[in-house]
Design a protein around this ligand. Structure first.
Ligand code: NAP
Length: 241
């Protein structure tokens, strides 16, 4: 029986590369994207590499769309084994917004996608995960969400002071902790990961890491025979909360 992975925001960037790397191991990848054309293009590119990929329309800001995506996957595949909550936004970097100048609208939009969207996806996909023999949820977070790192003047990311994005990843990590405890009874592991600063549309050209490196820790956790739960990790191990 093939393993099934569902990845949100998989039409480009880290999500697409996670799909590519998981697909290369023989896992069937369900490509979550909010735009059908972008989802189909990603699926076509993966199929060219011999990967079994299927498009799933999902806008994580729209609960009806999340419910519809879960229903469709349930009808087509019956379950999922791996959920990668990857879809995310960061609008402050381009704008160079300082916390004191942040608009409430930007804060709300960021939480809508990075926190409420990720939560809603988990909520509506747990029934499909419960049908798996080794179910797992991977929340794609960031060291920018680490209160310990961000309050450490010596940390290399200390100056990246984006109130909306950083606090959204802190909140996502809090959801990881709460859900890991709750879903242990269902054998579902829940972890937060940081891919590092990666060259993508979000990370920008100046990022030091390639997308293949960023995807690595997510793929490792997705394919681990015995994943931890309730942790926040990057490729070097534990990240402080
Ligand atoms: P990216 O290239 O901008 O890709 C983001 C993906 O999320 C796109 O597929 C985008 O879809 C999708 N998305 C955004 N809003 C969505 C919504 N409402 N519904 C469904 N999909 C939505 O960014 P990335 O660098 O690959 O980031 C992926 C994840 O890694 C994010 O959670 C990010 O916070 C995290 N991360 C990135 C870095 C980095 O340096 N790049 C570092 C740490 C963590 P569209 O194409 O339709 O916009």
């Amino acid at each position: 029986m093939s393993t099934l992975a569902f990845i949100t925001g998989a039409n480009k960037g880290i999500g697409f590369e996670v799909a590519r790397q998981l697909g290369a191991t023989g896992i069937i990848v369900l490509i979550g994207a909010r735009d059908k054309g972008r989802a189909d293009a990603a699926v076509a590119a993966l199929k060219k590499e011999g990967i079994s990929a299927h498009a799933v329309e999902i806008d994580v800001n729209n609960e009806a769309s999340i419910i519809a995506a879960a229903k469709k996957i349930g009808e087509d595949h019956g379950r999922i084994d791996i959920l990668v909550n990857n879809a995310g936004i960061m609008t402050e970097m381009a704008a160079g917004t300082r916390p004191k100048d942040l608009s409430l609208e930007t804060l709300k939009q960021t939480f809508d996608t990075n926190v409420f969207g990720a939560f809603a996806v988990i909520k509506h996909f747990v029934p499909l995960l419960k049908k798996s023999r080794a179910p797992r949820i991977i929340n794609v977070s960031s060291t920018l969400g680490s209160l310990t790192a961000m309050s450490d003047r010596a940390h290399p990311m200390h100056g990246v002071n984006f109130a909306a994005y950083n606090s959204s990843k802190t909140a996502l990590n809090a959801l990881t902790v709460a859900l890991a405890k709750d879903l242990a009874a269902d054998r579902i592991s829940v972890n937060s990961v940081c891919p590092g600063w990666v060259k993508t549309d979000m990370g920008g050209e100046g990022a030091p890491r390639e997308v293949a490196q960023g995807a690595g820790i997510i793929v490792t956790l997705a394919t681990s025979g015995n994943p931890p739960t309730g942790t926040f990790i990057d490729e070097n191990g534990s990240v402080p909360w």
